[in-house]
Design a protein around this ligand. Structure first.
Ligand SMILES: [Zn+2]
Length: 246
């Protein structure tokens, strides 16, 4: 019934020719709407099935490169935290940037996956954070941070204390949370070309994966996966001879 109504609503929007709030194609991490079928759920999701530069990947067969230090200029904080049913996401106040390839990319939001999406030399991690940045043309650069099981992570503690329990819920963040507090001390990284790890799986994303993991407690990972009710990692994608720089 709900689906019929939504489809009807979708057609009305289409026939009226006004793009107000078009129907978003539903996707999930399991079952018929899961990763294996993302590419056929919607014409716009085609890259999920046919793309040759998809993420996540298992990072290995590294190529030595003279990777430039990432210039971090995070001056603002996360302002709100939301549960979109696929992840827990913190939206960032404008003005925080990194410089990569001489281009400024502004931090828009960061969010989490459990277990990790990317692997490093065959190893999966209990959790991974994605710091999503965009340049003025809309090109994306994602910094990935791996978490390994250990002591409580203070920044995660602050975030989780405001974590919205239900999909669709949003809260303003009580304590100030800076993305700097999520980063490892050493900013050495691996680099490869990839995509969004969720539909529409758009390619052309600069992936910068921190070499060193940060700690998170088993309980903190459990709090997150309990609220998600399921794993939220896309399976590893083929590299098709893509180089991973180190
Ligand atoms: Zn992500």
């Amino acid at each position: 019934m709900r689906r019929t109504l939504l489809t009807l609503l979708g057609s009305i929007i289409l026939t009226s020719g006004t793009v107000v709030a078009g129907e978003k194609t539903h996707w999930e991490y399991t079952g018929d709407s899961g990763p294996k079928n993302w590419g056929t759920l919607d014409e716009k999701f085609k890259a999920c099935a046919t793309g040759r530069n998809q993420s996540p990947i298992d990072l290995n067969n590294f190529i030595e490169a003279d990777l430039k230090t990432i210039d971090f200029n995070y001056t603002t904080q996360a302002t709100e935290i939301l549960n979109n049913g696929h992840t827990i996401q913190a939206n960032y106040a404008p003005g925080s940037k990194i410089k990569v390839d001489g281009i400024d990319f502004e931090l828009k939001q960061f969010h989490f996956h459990t277990p990790s999406e990317n692997h490093i030399e065959g190893q999966s991690f209990p959790m991974e954070a994605h710091l999503v940045h965009a340049d003025s043309d809309g090109n994306l650069a994602v910094i990935a941070i791996m978490f390994s099981e250990g002591e409580n992570n203070a920044a995660i503690g602050k975030l989780w204390s405001s974590m919205p329990e239900h999909a669709g819920d949003k809260q303003s963040l009580k304590g100030k949370v800076s993305a700097i507090d999520l980063l490892p001390k050493d900013h050495d990284y691996y680099r490869f070309n990839g995509s969004l790890t969720t539909p529409p799986c758009t390619e052309g994303v600069r992936w910068l994966v921190m070499k060193n993991p940060v700690n998170v407690s088993k309980e903190q990972v459990k709090t997150f996966s309990d609220i998600m009710h399921h794993a939220n990692n896309r399976p590893i994608q083929g590299t098709f001879a893509r180089p991973v720089l180190k």
